[in-house]
Write a new protein. Structure first.
Lengths: 117, 112
């Protein structure tokens, strides 16, 4: 069975600090996909990234970066120079190998990030 | 990106009644997914809805409690039947568009 663990329940940092959100996953599949979603106070889920298990290159998108390490089954998310608008609950998720459009997600329990002005 | 419209956005219902949630997508999709997010919790997949066939339910969810319709490639409904306070949650539909999975804004259900 698939499992996603986000051990950090809540994190608070002062604005402009860097912060890393941890995600550890378990799966028996050799091909799988990892996701990060942001859920701001308004409640909608905002897609951030999808990464397949064969692509271990780190990715950077503006102030966001992701570190995928297959050896430790981790897919950590770093926000650089945090801003108040980054305050949200962040979910890491895992899906089995499936054709586009057929992925079923297993979510972690989320990390509530609060950026203090 | 896919635009997903969910109705209603919120509702307060009495115990024992049923509520049907609608999900409309602006493009044709093969699969639509229904998730539940209980208060302060993560998201749990309820079922997968494929047009033209019965929905596939995850462990712990049954068709009698959560009947799903999928009449075409852009629309689905989830009914929460015979509600109890334990059904108070946010219910979200989800679709994939290429490599991205999108979620509707959710239906916040409170059962008294």
């Amino acid at each position: 069975a698939q499992k996603v663990t986000q051990a950090q329940t809540e994190i608070s940092v002062v604005e402009k600090e860097d912060v890393t959100l941890d995600c550890v996953y378990e799966t028996r599949d050799t091909t799988y996909y990892l996701f990060w979603y942001k859920q701001p106070p308004s409640g909608e889920l905002v897609f951030l990234i999808r990464r397949n298990s064969f692509d271990e290159q780190n990715e950077i998108s503006g102030r966001y970066s992701w570190n995928f390490q297959k050896s430790t089954s981790s897919f950590n998310f770093t926000i650089t120079a945090s801003q108040v608008v980054d305050s949200a609950v962040y979910f890491c998720a895992l899906s089995e190998d499936a054709p586009f459009g057929n992925e079923k997600l297993t979510f972690g329990t989320g990390t509530r990030l609060t950026i203090i002005p | 990106s896919a635009v997903i419209s969910q109705k209603p956005s919120r509702d307060i219902c009495q115990r024992g009644t049923s509520l049907t949630i609608q999900c409309q997508v602006d493009s044709q999709v093969t699969m639509m997914f229904w998730y539940r997010q209980q208060p302060g919790q993560s998201l749990t997949l309820i079922a997968t809805a494929n047009q033209g066939s019965e929905a596939t339910y995850e462990s712990g969810f049954v068709i009698d409690k959560f009947p799903i319709s999928r009449p075409n490639l852009t629309f689905s409904t989830l009914t929460v039947s015979n509600m109890s306070p334990e059904d108070s949650s946010i219910y979200l539909c989800s679709v994939a568009n290429g490599a991205k999975l999108f979620f509707g804004s959710g239906t916040q259900l409170s059962v008294l």
